[in-house]
Ligand binder design. Structure first.
Ligand code: ADP
Ligand code: MG
Length: 729
């Protein structure tokens, strides 16, 4: 009997909604209570120190040691008043998730007395032993030192009893070993490039920030059932499991009422998020059973990324209080929807303008058109890089595999903007007009719809869609740190804007009036980038053919996708904006290939173990029972009657033998494929061997395991089934 499974089911049935009392008062009253935000800085810092920090946030200026000491002392006072005993530099190494090493505030004074101390030196920079973080060969083991350095643009916060200070993480030689360092550089690049372009339209624009509003999808599984699934524990996804007779086909989960147990969990993590200043706003059921989504109000990109990884961590912790395990994996269950992390993205100026919001007059419409077309062109030029940025072992199950979005990057803009770009392409011939009059006329001909927000048609199949006043990059995986996608996107758009300015200035220098020059260039770009625009169904076979005709890449292999980080085009992009050096780029690509290899290696081992010591023995035991009963029948019936009566049983016995023999043979072959792959030195080739030689066995073996699950007596089956995992009451 499958004791563990049935115990887990029984335990899960006892799990009830867990009440969680929110702090007293309105959300706005406790929002950010655990964050050393502007308000608290004003209270705990001298005016001088406060102004320095504000300038560092705004302009990226350095904070000297004296000021850092003041900030540290204010931060410490606030943290201790709020119960903190420890502090940590909190950073995002090239693994998934975050890293922290806690130290207490206590120190000895010269006279031996113990005090709480925290200096500017400790705030600004630390030297964690970094030898166990992935570095892609940048850091030799004999040079294990890495530095974490304070990022003043993301405020410190308290989790539990620890003051957490967001930091970057670099090697002894100054190379980035994290997500944040290149992200900050990419955000700097787009700020500069976009401000320069905004200057054509509005001299008051001195800063442009990139805005990000992510939507985090996830699954919940009862903790007891989760503990009975070694594949979920070790790989984050189910490596086997026959589809539930009912899953998402009735479409009854999407936006339906959230089960009470789940609501209790969501309530608690939302409240904890508010305390940390994370403005979570939306919650709903997703398409698949037990799948949910959480989305905050958008924020400045760097902060939004920090908040996303912080929230993912928080969700895991809070889930435990509610006897849930939260799954951030892109594809925890076969045959039902996977999870993504849509990244809503736009650009906002210091003058309060969203550059992707159409304006009210021709002038601001020209600015809108400028940014729209430049972004489309950037995506066209760097589609392969954007594809690379979202690749991972988990996301490979979504992109170009079983479901949306496809591995072909295209841009959806909706029928109104398509019409508008069509108008833009038309030549306006009017001989006796001044350039200004011409532009004015053209702008009047181009009808920029004023309210796009409510009537941009939604095309849910597009990987990169304009949704009224922002673009939505939908190909990002649910478990990913969104920084990788944001680094690629922001840098690509920065490059495009710089090129745009050059092209426009060239025309201006030739005597073309400014607006006319801008007009001519966006018209030219719009025509050039047209192949990337696609309004149809991205899941269809026709699109694959059409995309090929247009020269758009369909990169389904996750290992190959990473090659596009290392093309001359990508290297030039990242190095010219000083976002990443070639060495950094190569190192992080290596880390991602290595990570792919390790994930598939682990999945393959777990599957091998589980089938050999859970599934095959179970099937054989059930088969023995069938054999015994067949023997019994043979004793009591005549030969002729036996053949009729036992035929079903004999068939089952044969089927079980076929599946188990097949599984055993394939597991052996898979082990050999792994051995061969492990001998390969080259990081990329090894990952490729895992993708093409090892990975296919996972699906192949699983198919037969799932068939066995279907025919073996339910009493014997050792692992919780899909129908048990997926329906929390
Ligand atoms: P869905 O895309 O599922 O329909 P919503 O439209 O509610 O969901 O999602 C909107 C998301 O876009 C939210 O996370 C919101 O914060 C974000 N968003 C809205 N405006 C911007 C903007 N200017 N920049 C970045 N993100 C934005
Ligand atoms: Mg969305």
């Amino acid at each position: 009997m499958a004791i563990i499974r049935f115990k887990a089911i029984e335990e899960s049935l006892h799990h009830k909604p867990v009440k969680y009392d929110p702090p007293a008062g309105l959300i706005s009253e406790y929002f950010g209570m655990n964050v050393f935000d502007k308000k608290k800085m004003q209270k705990y810092l001298s005016t001088e120190a406060f102004n320095h920090v504000m300038e560092a946030i705004d302009k990226g200026s350095r904070i000297d040691r004296k000021i850092a000491d003041q900030v540290a002392s204010g931060m410490k006072a606030w943290a201790i008043e709020n119960g903190a005993t420890h502090y940590t530099h909190w950073f995002q190494p090239l693994t998934e998730g975050t890293a922290e090493k806690h130290d207490t505030f206590i120190d000895f004074k010269e006279d031996g007395e113990v005090i709480e101390s925290f200096s500017g030196k400790l705030l600004v920079q630390q030297e964690p032993d970094a030898s166990s973080f992935p570095s892609g060969g940048i850091r030799n083991t004999f040079e294990a030192r890495g530095y974490t350095a304070w990022d003043p643009s993301s405020p410190a916060f308290i989790v539990g009893k620890t003051l957490s200070i967001p930091t970057i993480f670099v090697s002894y030689t100054g190379e980035a070993l994290d997500h944040k360092t290149p992200l900050l550089k990419a955000l700097y690049a787009i700020d500069k490039a976009a401000v320069d372009v905004c200057q054509y339209f509005d001299k008051d624009v001195t800063k442009v920030i990139s805005t990000l509003g992510w939507e985090q999808e996830y699954f919940l599984v009862d903790e007891a059932l989760y503990q009975a699934r070694p594949d979920l524990i070790l790989t984050g996804r189910t490596l086997m499991g026959h589809a539930s007779a009912k899953d998402q086909q009735l479409e009854d989960h999407y936006f339906s009422s959230i089960p009470e147990r789940v609501t209790a969990f969501i309530n608690e993590f939302e409240i904890e998020a508010y305390k940390l200043g994370i403005p979570v706003k939306t919650r709903h059921n997703e398409v698949a059973p037990n799948q949910f989504e959480c989305a905050p109000i958008f924020e400045e990109c760097n902060l939004a990324v920090d908040h996303n990884v912080l929230l993912m961590d928080l969700m895991k912790k809070v889930a435990k209080h509610h006897n849930f395990a939260v799954l951030h994996h892109e594809k925890p269950f076969n045959e039902i929807n996977g999870s993504g992390k849509h990244c809503n993205w736009s650009l906002a100026t210091n003058t309060g303008v969203n550059l992707l919001s159409p304006g009210k007059n021709p002038k601001s419409n020209l600015q809108f058109l400028t940014f729209l077309v430049n972004i489309i062109k950037a995506v066209y030029k760097h589609a392969d890089l954007l594809r690379a940025s979202v690749t991972s072992a988990g996301n490979a199950h979504r992109l170009g595999a079983n479901e949306a979005p496809p591995a072909i990057i295209s841009v959806f803009i909706g029928s109104q903007l398509t019409k508008m770009l069509g108008q833009l392409e038309k030549k306006v011939s009017s001989k006796k007009m001044t350039p200004d009059e011409k532009t004015e006329l053209k702008l009047n001909i181009i009808k920029v719809p004023q309210i796009l927000l409510d009537n941009t048609d939604r095309n849910r199949t597009s990987p990169f869609a304009f949704t009224g006043n922002k673009f939505e990059f939908r190909a990002v995986g649910s478990s990913a740190n969104p920084a990788a996608a944001m680094i690629a996107l922001n840098t690509a758009v920065a490059e495009q804007l710089v090129e745009f300015k050059k092209d426009v200035d060239k025309l201006i220098n030739k005597g073309v009036k400014k607006d006319e020059a801008i007009f001519q260039i966006i018209r030219q770009y719009s025509i050039e980038a047209k192949p990337i625009l696609f309004e149809g169904n991205n899941y269809s076979e026709e699109w694959k053919k059409e995309a090929e005709k247009r020269g758009l890449k369909n990169i389904t292999n996750p290992v190959e996708a990473l090659d596009y980080y290392l093309t001359e085009k990508s290297k030039k992009l990242f190095t010219s904006f000083d976002v990443m050096s070639e060495r950094e780029l190569e190192a992080r690509t290596h880390v991602r290939w290595e990570s792919y290899t390790k994930k598939i290696q682990i999945e393959s081992r777990v599957l091998g173990d589980l089938v050999l010591n859970h599934i095959v023995p179970t099937a054989v035991r059930y088969q023995s029972e069938l054999i015994e009963s067949a023997k019994g029948l043979r004793e009591i019936f005549s030969e002729k009657e036996f053949k009729e009566i036992a035929s079903g049983r004999l068939e089952l016995i044969r089927e079980i033998s076929e599946h188990t023999s097949y599984i055993k043979a394939k597991v052996n072959e898979m082990i050999e494929a792994r051995k061969a792959a492990n001998k390969i030195e080259d990081v990329r080739e090894k990952a490729m061997a895992y993708a093409t030689k090892v990975f296919p066995y996972l699906n192949d073996i699983r198919y037969h395991v799932d068939k066995l699950e279907f025919i073996v007596d339910d009493e014997y089956w050792p692992l919780p089934k899909y129908r048990e995992l997926l329906f929390t009451r």
